[in-house]
Design a protein around this ligand. Sequence first.
Ligand SMILES: O=C[C@H](O)COP(=O)(O)O
Length: 367
Amino acid sequence: MVMTDRYTNAEWAVQIAETQKNVVAKLEPRAVPKLNSREFAQTIDHTLLKLDATATQIDALCSEARIEGFKSVCVRLPFVARCVSNLKGSPVVVACVVGFHEGTQDSHSKFREAQAAVTAGASELDIVLNHAILTSVSPPPGSHQSVPSDATTASITASNTASNSRPFSSKALAIEGPYSDLSSSAASSLLGSSAAPPTPNYSAIYTELASLRSLCPAPTTLKLILETAALTPSQILAAATLAAAANFDFIKTSTGFAGRGATLDDVVLMTAAANYLSTQQPSGGGSPVRRRRMQVKASGGVRSLEDAVRMLEAGATRLGTSSGLWIMQEARRVVKERELSPEEKARAERPGGGVTRLYTDNSVDGY
Ligand SMILES: O=C[C@H](O)COP(=O)(O)O
């Protein structure tokens, strides 16, 4: 079943231009669940997506998720049924990726994959946006961030790490609004114009997303992977607008397989977009009910407790990571260290004392 579009492409351009004009990305650090709490573990989708994953590794992934109390295991379709069986009777759910990792597959193949995953017992689907459609119209010179080749990924990951670990400050935000590639008035004028609008095929994206939602209704959780490394901030806002219109539950940063992973800037911008879009009525006489607020999932390159805490502070409520065990181990170590008396701490910090000090700055809330 393929949904028909609600709007013309020019009408989508107007709505998207409104989002691009109104969203203001601001760092407003959020409280992070206590590190040794169930709530903290529940932010993690314990992820194994490499193509050569074995059944034994998948079984271990499920046991680890059960023991740590993670929210889900996130796997590819061939392993969904196995995970569902492994996790029977536990609260850990199974998430399956769809269109992974390129996102450019034919819509019908995504529909089949999504339906097969739900039939096999997946409760959450992490679907890759067809970002090639979104980037098919050139943005203004200098603003496009193409997905880098593997050869450049290492240096980008290094600069990503540097940018993610800078201190929180509104001045530190690298992305500055307004985010429009196309002004609202230019978009509006397209409505009365017979010329083909110089916009991406938003309708094609919306149709794919709305069809997926209709094929996989709630309570299946739908997350849209934007692959933010491939997008400009304005394109991220366009994708968020279409995801909200199609009633997706999450927007997610990255596959972890193409270019850099999640950055704080991505997460702050996506959080601001989710907030803004939740206050907007669907136009064109839609339901008077306020839209549900989409959540934000940070994924790709979330490797340490510090990464995890920063992404949660920036507004993510879910983390997709293959480093969940290490993050939990660090969390336990930090909590243990805090519980020591000053004398015990001093003793432990002596060489060979047994406790590794991870942080020198305890000023961040929630640590
Ligand atoms: O969606 C999750 C990512 O594929 C995980 O990426 P990661 O291996 O960099 O943690």
